[in-house]
Design a protein around this ligand. Structure first.
Ligand SMILES: NC(=O)c1ccc[n+]([C@@H]2O[C@H](COP(=O)([O-])OP(=O)(O)OC[C@H]3O[C@@H](n4cnc5c(N)ncnc54)[C@H](OP(=O)(O)O)[C@@H]3O)[C@@H](O)[C@H]2O)c1
Length: 287
């Protein structure tokens, strides 16, 4: 039997600045309370999920100042106790007036203040990867990118990324800083960011698909995902993650869960290797 501690490494690696991360990461948004608001219902389980991820070889954890707000960052800070070998990727740029409410907020001084606040919550001296959560349409884009440049220059953050952006926006940001990663919604049934993914692949930018587990009708009994799952003795969700890992070498999925059992199931998908034929058949049946 394989050593469980290295399971995530079967997903392959990707370089973000000086960090080499296993491509299958962990998303921490679900560690918080209902509506991504307040503390988790089971704090012990939430901390255990983060620690279990690391035990299984996950060394790339996505979070944001707005998850809770602050709750996810504080839980990760507590669970990891400042471990420098895990790349924690946080974000700012969305304000939280209440549960399930997200408002873009891109004033440069706000972004800088929030990034510095993340240092404290995560218990680190530098943020390995910081992402602009949204480009605020009410603030000149250049001002937001200049704030990111300032964070890099001051050493508050080591690498910078973007979230929910177009190719044009990546190119505009690239005039201010090296865009290390892009985080857009992407999954088997929502592939509106194919052009951005291809752009990232051409330019060696990490592509972080959020909401990676949505499989919709594809997962129905007798469907293409269901038959692939049976063949690999896996769940539909695991096949969805394996498909994503095969789709591109720059793909860095961050499935999110608050439960250790789900976490273990998700990380185990790193071991599932779809053949080229299976991948092509799948594309043909949904394309
Ligand atoms: N950049 C952005 O704007 C943005 C937006 C949204 C999310 N994100 C990031 O992306 C990450 C992933 O997105 P997401 O959490 O929305 O979607 P997801 O990972 O596709 O799905 C998470 C949901 O699936 C459930 N789940 C997870 N593993 C499961 C399993 N093995 N079996 C059954 N259910 C399972 C979780 O519930 P349980 O807790 O019950 O397992 C949760 O409700 C987030 O954690 C966050 O870090 C970024």
């Amino acid at each position: 039997m394989d050593n469980l501690k290295t399971i995530a490494s079967y997903s392959g690696t990707f370089k973000i600045g000086d960090f080499v991360v296993n491509r299958l990461g962990f998303g921490s948004m679900r560690l918080t309370g209902r509506g991504i608001w307040g503390p988790p219902t089971d704090r012990r389980e939430a901390l255990a999920a983060v620690r279990r991820a690391v035990e299984l070889g996950v060394n790339f954890i996505d979070t944001a100042d707005s998850y809770g707000p602050d709750v996810a960052e504080e839980l990760i800070g507590e669970a990891l106790a400042g471990r420098g070998d895990i790349l924690v990727a946080t974000k700012a740029g969305l304000r939280r007036p209440g549960p399930d409410q997200w408002t873009p907020h891109g004033r440069p001084e706000y972004l800088i203040e929030r990034a510095k606040g993340s240092l404290k919550k995560l218990g680190v001296e530098q943020i390995g990867l910081w992402q602009l959560h949204r480009i605020d349409p009410r603030v000149p884009m250049q001002d937001q990118f200049a704030a990111v440049r300032q964070l890099l220059d001051e050493g508050v953050i080591a690498n910078a990324g973007l979230s929910e952006v177009s190719i044009e926006e990546i190119e505009a940001a690239s005039r201010y800083f090296k865009v290390a990663t892009v985080q857009n919604r992407y999954n088997l049934v929502d592939r509106g960011s194919e052009d951005v993914l291809d752009y990232c692949e051409r330019n060696d930018i990490g592509f972080i698909p959020w909401f990676p587990l949505a499989a919709g009708d594809l997962a129905r009994p007798g469907g293409v995902l269901d038959s692939l799952a049976k063949r690999h003795a896996a769940t539909a969700g695991q096949i969805a993650l394996a498909w994503m890992l095969k789709r591109s070498p720059v793909m860095l999925p961050i499935p999110g869960t608050s439960k250790v059992s789900h976490l273990e199931q998700n990380v185990a998908s790193a071991r599932i290797q779809l053949s080229d034929d299976e991948f092509a058949d799948f594309e043909g049946s949904v394309g």
